[in-house]
Design a protein around this ligand. Sequence first.
Ligand code: GDP
Ligand code: MG
Length: 372
Amino acid sequence: EPPITVRTLSEAIGHPSKDIMRILWNEGNMVTINDGLSEEAALEISLELGVELEIKRQETAKDRLTLSVESDEDPANLEHRPPIVTILGHVDHGKTSLLDKIRSANVTSGEAGGITQHIASYQVDHNGQKVTFVDTPGHAAFGEMRARGANITDIIVLVVAADDGVMPQTKECISHAKSSGAPIIVAMNKCDLPDADEQKVLQDLAANEILPAEWGGEIEVIRTSATTGEGIENLLETILVTAELHEYKADPKRDAVGVCLEAFLDEGRGVMSWLIVQRGTMRVGDVILCGETYGRVRAMYNDRNEEIQEAPPSTPIKVAGLEEVPSAGEFFFVMPEIEEARQIANDRRHADRAEVLSSRRKSLSLDDLLSA
Ligand code: GDP
Ligand code: MG
């Protein structure tokens, strides 16, 4: 019998069980209040509801682990953290160009040479205040992350090219943005182009339930050009004002928890993973569990490829030391013991394989029926 149910989780984290069930239902998992939850699901749901959850493990006679759930959110430890901003929008509307421009405008010339390589996320300092930006590989990846409960975004910048208006992927981004509940700021980009049509963009937005502030709505529409740099300052100011209103906080004293943005195999350095720390502080030497893989942080780099020893909340980091390449959108957790991390990673791999096998068996029997 699974030790964590919707009901016990609800009691442990102090959130109504219907909120927990709604999250699972949105993922297509039609649970009821007495249904069991995996440890991973319990942790992810708690994070989505903004609660730190610690799962305590106790050895039983059968040498299996049972779980008890305990909330370890301590309001006394909460400190301000930089907002995490995700850039979304239709392909070619200028997401990457805007990110590059923001970054190059906010690094000193000495560092500028180092910023050409692709990075999944970076942090800028604007008038003494930090902002973390995330370049999602696309709206699909963003949806995927949300489906896993990895709601990393505090603020969404929706990029709409002024010469093109709201396009199909823009609409998908709007729907993801709305369901995430994060505040939206529109960057009306490519305003330098002669065929830019501001009125059409505003109309398109309004038609898609994004009512611009200048039309009496709540959404700021900032005119930008990633080519000339026009409006970048204004965009950053608007992000900081939005962040101030929401007061994003996290506990930097606890073990690190966060999300993998992307990962790859580097021939020299092994598995390299771009992670973003959401809560806690990550340190070199920490043991992490990330989806179906695990490892000890051997080296850690910031967005300028400088080696660092620790990373507080909202910091994007590149980490060496995982055994295998984790998937984008997976949560990571710092664990006390490498052996325990290894065991959970292995259990997850096996559970996944069993699921694939059983779904294959199902489709096979369906085929059998059809051909009969
Ligand atoms: P993404 O797919 O949204 O990441 O779009 P990119 O940043 O790759 O930009 C797509 C194309 O639009 C590139 O050729 C950019 O140079 C161009 N572009 C991006 N922003 C602007 C802009 O503000 N003005 C102009 N004129 N071109 C832009
Ligand atoms: Mg891009």
